[in-house]
Design a protein around this ligand. Structure first.
Ligand code: ATP
Length: 238
């Protein structure tokens, strides 16, 4: 029920100019769970995450985080509530070192928690520990993706929005990202994982929402989704 939901979108509508992009989008994410937000290229996954984060305005409907209404708030305010976004384009500072990229982002979480510090990050991300003096712009796409995830964690969020973390990356890094998501889950953090690839999400999420052209076409468990060939064939690229 709704009382267990940490984040609730209720009939959210988003426009870019005159283009209607998200249509009455409603779903909830339960505390400590991972929800796979699935859909093809252009379905509206990034827009949904930007709407939650306050980067993109919501025309109508509401987004609640616990008792707090998020829509209408600035991204930094949403972040202060404990929500962290790992954007698709990563948005690291290319001229800064790995270490600086991480230190700039250091913040206690909304309840003052400081589980993630530069030291615990380097323990969890040994690849980054070995590159701490390197300019971020000189790293591979996969390494930058790890840095972007690590930087988000430096803000000690309770809810993490991961926008297509596996996209375009080599299988070995995709595996590493899967391993990280699994270990994050064990810390009790809530995750929304936007992906085109259902298979990547199979061992990583309990719940799934499928969107198509800005509308929800499936809400349920990922195991039921996996067995539902009508939905997977119709709305997910293989
Ligand atoms: P992707 O895999 O490309 O990230 P997505 O599911 O995240 O796909 P969105 O990026 O949210 O999809 O895009 C949803 C729709 O909104 C698409 O039709 C896209 O063309 C459109 N769109 C995205 N950004 C803008 C913008 N700034 N102005 C106008 N239309 C946009």
């Amino acid at each position: 029920t709704d009382t267990q939901n940490q984040l609730v979108l209720d009939k959210v509508n988003v426009f870019y100019g005159a283009s209607h992009i998200l249509f009455d989008m409603s779903f909830g994410v339960r505390k400590g769970r991972t929800l796979a937000l699935l859909g093809r290229n252009g379905a509206g996954k990034t827009t949904t995450m930007k709407a939650i984060m306050g980067v993109t305005p919501v025309r109508s409907g509401s987004i609640h985080y616990g008792d707090d209404r998020l829509n209408g708030r600035q991204p930094h305010t949403v972040a202060r509530h404990g929500i962290g976004l790992v954007p698709e384009d990563r948005q690291i500072f290319p001229q800064h070192t790995v270490d600086d990229n991480l230190r700039i982002a250091a913040k206690p979480g909304p309840d003052g928690q400081t589980d993630w510090t530069i030291d615990t990050i380097y323990d969890a991300f040994p690849i980054l520990a070995g590159m701490r003096g390197r300019k971020a712009g000189m790293m591979s796409g996969g390494e930058q993706q790890l840095l972007s995830m690590a930087r988000c964690l430096m803000g000690n969020p309770d809810l993490i929005l991961l926008d297509e973390p596996s996209e375009g990356l080599a299988p070995i890094i995709v595996q590493e990202i899967g391993r990280l998501i699994r270990s994050l889950r064990s810390t009790g953090v809530t995750i929304i994982l936007a992906e085109q690839n259902m298979h990547f999400c199979l061992g990583l999420s309990e719940d799934a929402v499928v969107i198509d052209k800005g509308q929800i076409v499936y809400v349920g468990t990922i195991q039921e989704l996996r067995a539902n060939q009508e939905i997977t064939n119709r709305y997910l690229a293989i």
